[in-house]
Design a protein around this ligand. Structure first.
Ligand SMILES: Nc1nc2c(ncn2[C@@H]2O[C@H](COP(=O)(O)OP(=O)(O)OP(=O)(O)O)[C@@H](O)[C@H]2O)c(=O)[nH]1
Length: 534
């Protein structure tokens, strides 16, 4: 085989030649003039002012927990759909409670997090001119700034709590462009991995909410944290996923970046000098159109579903939460027949800084609802593989646990969530409040566990129904009533009272003794039937 020597005169000359030659990617005068001319013709169609979503944003699934809103005005009176909604929907009570006495007992289980996210700024375009031995100043060769990094979300199987979610995520800024047509590298993206079942809502800066509440409580000392949050409204600009519809589906975010026609960087001569020149004013008119199209793209991507992004299944493709800013144009784009030495470039566009509330809503098929001490954890331990804490004192369960109930080989399985006990006035934040109800909100069936050891189990059941939202809400679920502690005195009579109430409503019911393991198999069958698994 012939060996190729690097010492041949031909190869030597290629190596020498290449080490001097710069790959020329700079747009030619004709390219730039064509591009600037095309900007002039960007008309109302291209720069459509009608607020609308980008295609990817349109795919976001809205959260299930909708809340009441008041639509204040819609197009054509207003450019956007202006709405008002109680502040409580854009913050977390749990976060704001000054003294959360159960905080330590809950250990590592974290189901709500408020997170600050910032996408990166675009790098600035460079102002530079090609130099070589023969020329004092060559053509412009300043490269573009790199785009800022974006923030993405992805639901994964391997996580089951929000404990690892940080309080702040900052994506990288794009780097500035450089001489020799070098574009700046793009900023680092950030991928936030969350457990399946997480809903991400846009929310207010918690510091603002806290200082607002303090002021309101000083004005009206009889108010409570809840009443302040429920009675005060937040105004938001929204848009609709359905074009020209007046039903708001997404919140419109606005970037704090330069206005169209601004954001120039100058070298050598000042801005005033340039603004005085007709050739620059003429160029700026066209570049203003380019800025407009960037802003219109930003408005399309900077939207968040009003009721949250529902990450209810594991996905391979991450969802963009906040998009990074576009990098600025280097001076090589402004070389024209009239402008031979453009000593200016464009700044990168800013990113976005917003707060989001990450809320984990476990997705179990069935949820157990009952007063503390009713025996929910004992039941879950008997029917499933879960090993929840059981104790004869109230509030043994301080965080939800989920167990899988197997119906035998080839017969499938279902999941059951045990949540902390609910007490009278829980909806007014008594006991552990209703915070944990989020974990069974999406369950297909609700299993009420009543304790036949108490004086009036029927009354207990009626209180539970009222606390979780009333008969109408409960009736929207598949319901099963489990009367536990059937081994205690007078339990039969008490069960009969509960049973006749259930019969009137058409709800299935069963007496059991979880402690003794009595009636457990029929209970499992009724649970499976409740969610239509036979
Ligand atoms: N007699 C009797 N006691 C039971 C039965 N089931 C549970 N218990 C007892 O009731 C007490 C409370 O049981 P748990 O399973 O911790 O009740 P829980 O509803 O999970 O309570 P919280 O964690 O407070 O919500 C424990 O002492 C259990 O041993 C039963 O069928 N019969």
């Amino acid at each position: 085989m012939r060996k190729i020597s690097l010492n041949t005169p031909l190869l030597k000359s290629i190596v020498r030649h290449n080490s001097y030659k710069i790959v020329d990617n700079a747009p030619k005068i004709s390219d730039n003039e064509g591009w600037l001319e095309s900007l002039k013709w960007k008309n109302a169609m291209d720069l459509d002012e009608t607020p609308q979503l980008s295609e990817s944003a349109n795919e976001y699934v809205s959260g299930t927990g909708q809340f009441p809103i008041t639509v204040v005005s819609t197009p054509p009176e207003s450019h956007y759909i202006d709405i008002k909604a109680p502040i409580i929907n854009f913050t977390s009570m749990k976060y704001l409670q000054e003294f959360n006495k159960h905080k330590h007992a809950q250990g590592n289980f974290i189901d709500v997090r408020i997170v600050k996210c910032r996408s990166g700024k675009g790098g600035d375009g460079s102002i530079s001119f090609f130099r070589d031995a023969g020329r004092s100043i060559g053509p412009p060769d300043g490269g573009d700034g790199g785009d800022g990094g974006s923030i993405f979300l992805q639901a994964v199987e391997s996580l089951d709590s929000l404990a690892k979610i940080k309080t702040t995520y900052v994506a990288g800024d794009g780097e500035d462009g450089a001489a020799a047509q070098l574009d700046g590298p793009t900023g680092n993206d950030i991928l936030i991995k969350v457990p399946k079942g997480t809903i991400v809502h846009w929310c207010m800066d918690p510091r603002n909410v806290r200082s607002y509440i303090q002021k309101e409580l000083q004005k009206e000392p009889t108010s409570t944290l809840r009443s302040v949050l429920e009675n005060n409204m937040l105004s938001l600009k929204c848009i609709s996923k359905y074009r020209y519809d007046t039903e708001p589906t997404h919140i419109q975010l606005f970037r704090d970046s330069y206005e169209s026609g601004a954001g120039w960087l100058f070298k050598g001569k000042s801005e005033e000098y340039h603004l005085d020149k007709d050739w620059f004013v003429d160029l700026n008119k066209k570049v203003t159109m380019y800025d407009d199209s960037l802003r219109s793209m930003e408005l399309k991507s900077d939207t968040i579903p009003l009721y949250g992004i529902d990450l209810d299944h594991v996905s391979n493709t991450p969802i963009c939460l906040l998009k990074g800013g576009k990098g600025g144009l280097g001076n090589m784009h402004f070389l024209t027949n009239i402008i031979r030495n453009p000593r200016f470039s464009k700044m990168g566009r800013n990113g976005l800084e917003q707060y989001f509330m990450f809320e984990l809503k476990s997705i179990a098929d069935l949820g157990l609802i009952g007063f503390p001490n009713a025996g929910k954890s004992t039941i879950l331990g008997k029917i499933s593989n879960a090993k929840p804490r059981v104790g004869h004192w109230e509030f043994t369960t301080l965080s939800p646990s989920i167990g899988t109930v197997s119906l035998g080989i080839d017969s499938g399985s279902f999941t059951v969530a045990d949540i902390p006990g609910i007490i009278e006035n829980a909806s007014q934040d008594k006991g552990l409040g209703l915070e944990f109800l989020r974990h069974i909100e999406r369950s297909r069936g609700w299993v009420f566990v009543v304790n036949l050891e108490t004086d009036q189990p029927l009354r207990d059941l009626q209180i539970l129904i009222k606390e979780v939202g009333g008969l109408e809400k409960v009736a929207s679920k598949n319901v099963l009533i489990v009367c536990n502690k059937a081994d205690t005195e007078h339990s039969k009579d008490k069960y009969m009272t509960v049973a006749s109430f259930c019969n009137e409503l058409g709800w299935d019911h069963i007496p059991i003794s979880a402690l003794r393991g009595e009636n457990i198999q029929p209970l499992i069958e009724k649970m499976a039937k409740c969610i239509n698994i036979q």
